[in-house]
Design a protein around this ligand. Structure first.
Ligand SMILES: C=C(O[C@@H]1C=C(C(=O)O)C=C[C@H]1O)C(=O)O
Length: 180
């Protein structure tokens, strides 16, 4: 076959895929980290508006949806809802941390406001992907020792490859606390 022009990613070894967290729980932890980055956008959308960080109605709607989806997918609905409750708690750690930072140092506050409706669609998309990983890792997550080792591996490597700062590392710890 004729060789096409080399693409940038082909010419740089190892750069064809985004680096991710390691091990069998890597994809799940990567999704939790992506959700934390979307939470930066949520904070930017809400900061300086009357929209509160806590939106209990939206949270309840999300938790009801994942409970229902879990039942359809054949995984435990309460454990699944608990996992997502932790994703929500982690998002609020990020939002509160960024609100404090931007209040103390307004020059660091975002200049443009993303659309919260669109960001929530991104969160809904991540929910679907996270549910898929909860299914894929369901058996492993019921083996306490293997799960803990896999989780530590994924969390440490994921925090490193994504260059998580202190705030996002704290939030990640909340996000993964009920994985096993
Ligand atoms: C992300 C938001 O902020 C909070 C966190 C939520 C979440 O992580 O899903 C949901 C509702 C809010 O309490 C939001 O308002 O959409």
């Amino acid at each position: 076959a004729p060789a096409g022009p080399p693409s940038t990613s082909d010419s740089v070894p190892g750069s064809t895929a985004r680096p991710g967290a390691l091990g069998p729980l890597g994809p799940l932890v990567d999704l939790a980290i992506q959700r934390l980055f979307v939470s930066d956008q949520v904070a930017a959308a809400k900061f300086g508006t009357t929209q509160p960080i806590d939106d209990p109605a939206r949270e309840q709607q999300e938790l009801n949806e994942v409970r229902h989806a879990a039942t359809e997918l054949g995984i435990d609905p309460e454990a699944t809802a608990a996992f997502f409750a932790d994703q929500i708690a982690a998002s609020k750690v990020v939002q509160k941390g960024l609100f404090e930072l931007w209040t103390a140092r307004p020059e660091l506050a975002p200049v443009s406001k993303p659309d919260l409706t669109q960001i929530r669609e991104e969160l809904d998309q991540l929910t679907t992907e996270i549910l898929g990983q909860l299914v894929a890792t369901d058996r492993l997550r019921q083996q306490p020792v293997a799960c803990r080792v896999g989780l530590a591996t994924a969390a440490v490597s994921g925090a490193a490859v994504n260059h998580l700062d202190r705030l996002h590392r704290q939030a990640l710890a909340v996000a993964v606390r009920s994985s096993c």
